[in-house]
Design a binder for this molecule. Structure first.
Ligand code: URA
Length: 209
């Protein structure tokens, strides 16, 4: 069964509410998304393995902790994933980055792939897939399916918002992939939008329409 982590930290909830407001400018929407993503990165990396290394402080030798093994990979689902990616990289600047280009066919809502570029040695890496909205789940499911072909050590999925339909779809397709989100909204409408939601995340990040 998929684990769903709803990040109910007051800072996360406050920023999310400001982003939802229809009058939020592109500038503030993007800034808030970056800040929120940094907070989410903190939570999603909580269980990363650490190993001991010996270092010298100006005072004496000590054993410190560093993140173990190969670096984390953030995989951004284009284009809206970019908004989360930037905030995550602020907190984990050494992470590798993969991109997967998927667009939603507006009639069928099915995800169509047009780009796929991942770092090397994916089988030695932990992957965090990012996309602001887990709505129908079609893009997230297709992205995770493609990434699984490369046999990474683990996969997590981070979104800003989801809905019961999105969670159920991911749960069915990828029960092994935990979901991290700031909120589970009421429902999906007939056009594949989350209600009450925040509208089209890509358009709001990039100021397009
Ligand atoms: N994608 C969006 O950008 N918004 C939604 O509400 C659903 C999918």
């Amino acid at each position: 069964m998929t684990q769903v982590h709803v990040l109910d930290h007051p800072l996360v909830q406050h920023k999310l509410t400001l982003m939802r407001k229809k009058e939020a400018s592109t500038n503030s929407f993007r800034r808030l998304l970056g800040e929120l993503a940094s907070l989410m990165a903190y939570e999603v990396t909580r269980d990363m393995a650490l190993s001991d290394i010996e270092i010298e402080t100006p005072m004496e030798t000590m054993t410190g902790k560093v993140i173990d093994g190969k670096k984390l990979v953030f995989v951004s689902i284009l284009r809206a994933g970019t908004g989360i990616l930037d905030g995550m990289l602020n907190v984990v600047p050494g992470a590798r980055v993969g991109h997967i280009g998927l667009y939603r066919d507006p009639k069928t809502l099915v995800a169509v792939e047009y780009y796929f570029k991942m770092p090397q040695d994916m089988h030695e890496r932990d992957v965090v897939v990012v996309d602001p909205m887990l709505a129908t789940g079609n893009s997230a499911i297709a992205a995770v399916e493609r990434i699984k072909e490369l046999r990474p050590k683990s996969i997590k999925f981070v979104c800003l918002l989801t809905c019961p339909e999105g969670v159920a779809a991911m749960q069915k397709a990828h029960p092994d992939v935990p979901i991290y989100t700031a909120a589970i909204d009421r429902e999906l409408n007939d056009h594949g939008y989350i209600l009450p939601g925040l509208g089209d995340a890509g358009d709001r990040i990039f100021g397009t329409k």
